[in-house]
Design a protein around this ligand. Sequence first.
Ligand SMILES: Nc1ncnc2c1ncn2[C@@H]1O[C@H](COP(=O)(O)OP(=O)(O)OP(=O)(O)O)[C@@H](O)[C@H]1O
Ligand SMILES: [Mg+2]
Length: 152
Amino acid sequence: MASNRRTIEGCFQLMGGAFAGAGAASSELKTVLMSLGVPQGIVRRASIAAFEAEMNVIIHAVAGTLHYEVTPAKIHIDVTDMGPGIEDIDLAMQEGYSTAPDWVREMGWGAGMGLPNIKRNADAFKLDSVVGEGTTLEINIFLTEENYADNT
Ligand SMILES: Nc1ncnc2c1ncn2[C@@H]1O[C@H](COP(=O)(O)OP(=O)(O)OP(=O)(O)O)[C@@H](O)[C@H]1O
Ligand SMILES: [Mg+2]
């Protein structure tokens, strides 16, 4: 985690199949937002979006990176991963659509709700993918000066 007066940012490496580390990025972001006095509802939206994004790399991709940046204007989260990519983004965005294998479903994942949930909780949402290369996800949740209390 790095910070200057108006920006706090963090970067996490994510590995496909590394369930043990799941949640590290979203919990750090949550802690940062709470320490900034961001309202609980916004903290919750950002945490859910970050967590689902993190899980998607762990479940579906080979490896990736989650980067977050918090300024008085917004919470920005971007997630980039390597392979396999998403063939049909419209289909992937549908509630209940999942290609998660049985062993992942047995762990309680794979309901096909992650991407719709991220979109619902974000103010701006951008998902791009190239099959065989990877996927990029960009999420913004807007803030105002009133809900960014840290003026130190
Ligand atoms: N980073 C990714 N790389 C490759 N495919 C992805 C990625 N993220 C999502 N997908 C594809 O989009 C589908 C829908 O994703 P979504 O997050 O909505 O559901 P899920 O991850 O399958 O289940 P849940 O999120 O409810 O645990 C996935 O099943 C997968 O096929
Ligand atoms: Mg998911």
